[in-house]
Design a protein. Structure first.
Length: 275
């Protein structure tokens, strides 16, 4: 038996409580498990029919789905241990994939061009970094690579989001980057215990997040994952999985509404405290 203070989230004190954490958010965990099963089946089924090169529309969509399934599964593993920041970090990656999947759905040629340019920009950036460091044994060859690639831009998520029907989710992308992914002021403050007035410090927050925070993270995973799945199944023509996603979305609706209602109550209480 190991405690959190001894080995953190790898402790048996954390793993022994996984089922209890799942029980405290039974509905969202049940929904996200159903979503994962649907997406995993869609990915496995598509492997039998989708053919082409990585930057072709359907193969790129399938590669995105495989990556997304792993990110979703990783986020669930983090959430059940109470690792909310880490789960949100993976969920932000899932959202990035979803915005690209949406772009492939509505504007496949433009999305493909963006990804090809991003690959070239990455290659050019790596070559320039090696040149600056002086590590290259053949600087002339690397300089030729840089010159031949020319002017290219790295992936811009804001512009990418404009290519699909989910551009409204770019705000969520920015929020999740700030409150979890980056070592920002907001994400770092999540490790501090603050009073409701937002001014008083009561100590450091260490250990698993509370059930409400985990519910909020699972809510985001569900919203993002359902959108990604719908776009993918429409791209490859998987009617069975698309129908199943519709069923999951219908079951998700009441939970989404309850999350909104709970958020309104928390905001009202905080205003009362500050006021």
């Amino acid at each position: 038996m190991t405690t959190f203070n001894e080995t953190g989230f790898l402790s048996t004190a954390i793993s022994d409580r996984i089922q209890a954490r799942r029980n405290s958010n039974a509905l969202p965990f049940e929904l996200v498990e159903a979503l994962n099963t649907c997406l995993q089946k869609a990915a496995t089924t598509a492997c039998e029919s989708v053919r082409g090169m990585p930057f072709d529309r359907e193969p790129m969509a399938l590669l995105l789905l495989h990556r997304s399934c792993a990110l979703l599964q990783g986020a669930v593993l983090m959430a059940e241990r109470g690792m909310d920041v880490e789960a949100r970090t993976l969920a932000r990656g899932l959202l990035e994939n979803t915005l690209l999947m949406a772009a492939l759905h509505d504007n496949p040629d433009k999305a493909r061009a963006v990804m090809i340019e991003d690959a070239a920009a990455a290659k050019k950036g790596q070559a320039k970094t090696i040149l600056r460091s002086g590590m290259s044994a053949d600087a002339a060859m690397l300089q030729e690579v840089v010159d031949n690639i020319g002017s290219v831009s790295s992936l811009n998520i804001s512009k990418l989001s404009e290519l699909g029907p989910l551009k409204h989710l770019y705000l969520l992308y920015r929020v999740m980057s700030d409150d979890a992914v980056h070592p920002s002021g907001k994400s770092l403050q999540r490790h501090m215990r603050m009073a409701d007035d937002g001014q008083s410090w009561n100590g450091y927050l260490v250990g698993p997040e509370d059930p409400q925070r985990i519910a909020d993270t699972l809510d985001r995973i569900l919203m993002i994952g359902i959108a990604l799945g719908v776009a993918f199944t429409q791209i490859v023509g998987d009617e069975e999985s698309n129908t199943r996603l519709g069923e999951i979305s219908a079951d998700y609706g009441p939970f989404r509404a309850s999350q909104d209602a709970a958020a309104e109550v928390r905001i009202a209480r905080k205003r009362e405290t500050i006021g």
